[in-house]
Each structure stands twice: as structure tokens, then as C-alpha cells.
Design a protein around this ligand. Structure first.
Ligand code: NAP
Length: 258
């Protein structure tokens, strides 16, 4: 277990990682963040030190950079120490994005983090990448303090994992948003869709494969119903295209030879 950990950033991931580590007696000694006030808000909750000045960065064994992807390289080259491990938390950046003479790694928690949402940390998969075995053990030990699900991965696989997350989370959520807008427009309570949302997710979580779980007009190849739905949408509008494209994808998945 690293003796001292410094968190760089004070956004969603920094907020949850700091909480998860402190709950599990990891010694987080400092929060560094570009905007002092955000560092203060996070560090103040736990009474740990904070700064917005690189010259005041405390010495630690592990630095976890939780800034937005495009800031990782820029911030990483300011870490002045060499005898330490510096990791980032991005699913889509290589560890070579870290610019410095220290050892480098990836510490990717695979969950959607928002400051406003409380999370249970013990089932969150962590994907770790390091340059050597010793650092791998360090990150394994650190992540295992938080979660029972810790895996070694390389950049190519991490990128695939990240993209899978975009399909199941971001795209699904966008479809919820489209349905929400339709409900609002037609004075239908979105609450009516919630049992459907829950049952759809429960089927997958409880072990039915997504292939098996599919239902609906495209799966049944019911062109009549598909045409009726399309007639409700403005021809060639964005929604018309999305509906057609996804319908086509489902139809091809189940009725390839038709
Ligand atoms: N959110 C998720 O669900 C999630 C899940 C897994 C991994 N990740 C990864 O975790 C990292 C952080 O994501 P997040 O959602 O926590 O981001 P976020 O909430 O938007 O926070 C961004 C942080 O980066 C800092 N920052 C932004 N631009 C900067 C710059 N140019 N120089 C220095 N600092 C800068 C911000 O500082 P200020 O306070 O000064 O604005 C803030 O502390 C990203 O690499 C992301 O891909 C996110």
C-alpha cells in the first residue's frame, strides 16, 4: 500500500476517489487543483491539505491525476518528482500522455461519476496499467482497498472498454433523453417508462444476454409497426434517421437472411 497519495483535480472522479480511499484508510495527503476553491471544497470535507500551486505539491508515493483528458499531459509535466508513480484515470488516454521522469500508470475506474450521486465503490471495476510489476502490485493493492473488481489491462483494451461504456451508458442515456422529450411533448409522464427501463436493465444484470433480451417490432420484423412509428417522425429528421438506423441494425441482427 502506498504510504502517501496525492489527488490532482477536484472534479467528479477526484471527489469519489478521494471519498472511496479515505473510507478505506488510504492515506490521501493533499488535493491539488487549478481552481483553489474547488480544491478547498473537496479537501475541506476531510480536513486534508489542498493547493493550487505546483511548488506546494507534497511528496507522495502515488499521484492520481483526475483532470479532464486534455489537461493530463499539461499538468503531468509539472510534477517535479522522479521517485514516484503518477497515474491518470482516463479510459481513452495512453499512459504515454503522462510527461515526466517518474514511473507511469493508468488507474481507470469504470463507472459514471457525478458529485451529486452517492456511489457504492466495492463493485466498481478498476482497470490498471503500469510499466513494471512492482507498480502493478501497488495499484492492485490500492484499488483492492476500494473494490473487489480489479483487473490488469493495456491501453488498446482500455479503449475498447471505454467505448463499450459509451454504448451502454451514454448512448442509452441519450435514447432516454429522446423518449423523455417525446413524453413531454405529448403530455405523457416519463414515470410510466421507469418500470420498463428497470426491467430492461434487470434482465441483463440478472444474466440474460442482450441478444436474448431483445423484444419489439424490429426484432419481430414487424414492418407495419415500424412504418407507423416512422410516420410519427418528421421524414429525414435526426430522430427519423436514428430510429431507422437502430431498427435496421436490430433487423439485420435477427433476420440477416431476409
Ligand atoms: N466522470 C466519469 O464518469 C469518469 C469515469 C471514469 C474516468 N473518468 C476520467 O477521469 C478524468 C476526470 O473526469 P471528471 O469527470 O472527474 O472531470 P470533471 O468533473 O470535469 O473535472 C475536471 C477536473 O480537471 C481540471 N481541469 C480541467 N482542465 C484543466 C486544465 N487545463 N488544467 C488543469 N486542470 C484542469 C478541473 O479543474 P477546475 O476545478 O479548475 O475546473 C477539474 O478538477 C477524465 O480523464 C475522465 O476521462 C471520468
Amino acid at each position: 500500500m502506498p504510504k502517501k497519495v496525492v489527488i490532482i483535480g477536484a472534479g467528479n472522479v477526484a471527489f469519489h476517489l478521494t471519498e472511496a480511499m479515505l473510507q478505506n484508510t488510504v492515506n490521501v495527503v493533499q488535493i491539488f487543483n487549478r481552481t483553489l476553491d474547488n480544491a478547498r471544497k473537496l479537501a475541506g470535507k476531510y480536513n486534508i491539505s489542498f493547493t493550487d500551486k505546483i511548488s506546494e505539491l507534497e511528496r507522495a508515493n502515488v499521484y492520481i491525476i483526475c483532470t479532464s483528458d486534455k489537461a493530463i499531459s499539461e499538468i503531468s509535466c509539472h510534477i517535479p518528482f522522479e521517485d514516484c508513480l503518477v497515474v491518470h484515470t482516463s479510459g481513452s488516454m495512453p499512459i504515454s500522455a503522462l510527461k515526466g521522469k517518474y514511473r507511469k500508470g493508468g488507474f481507470y475506474p469504470f463507472q459514471t461519476f457525478s458529485k451529486k450521486r452517492a456511489l457504492k465503490y466495492d463493485k466498481i471495476p478498476f482497470f490498471i496499467e503500469t510499466e513494471n510489476r512492482e507498480d502493478e502490485l501497488t495499484l492492485f493493492t490500492l484499488a483492492r482497498r476500494i473494490s473487489g473488481e480489479v483487473y490488469k489491462t493495456d491501453y488498446e483494451k482500455r479503449l475498447q472498454i471505454h467505448m463499450s461504456g459509451v454504448w451502454v451508458n451514454n448512448f442509452t442515456n441519450h435514447l432516454y433523453h429522446i423518449a423523455h422529450e417525446i413524453c413531454e411533448k405529448h403530455n405523457i409522464s416519463f414515470d410510466n417508462l421507469k418500470p420498463l427501463i428497470k426491467e430492461s436493465a434487470d434482465k441483463i444484470i440478472e444474466g440474460i444476454s442482450p441478444f436474448e433480451a431483445q423484444t419489439g417490432p424490429a426484432k419481430r420484423n414487424d414492418k407495419h409497426v415500424v412504418e407507423k412509428h416512422l410516420s410519427l417522425l418528421e421524414p429525414d429528421s435526426r430522430l427519423y434517421q436514428i430510429y431507422s438506423l437502430i431498427t435496421d441494425s436490430i433487423t439485420k441482427t435477427y433476420h440477416d437472411k431476409l
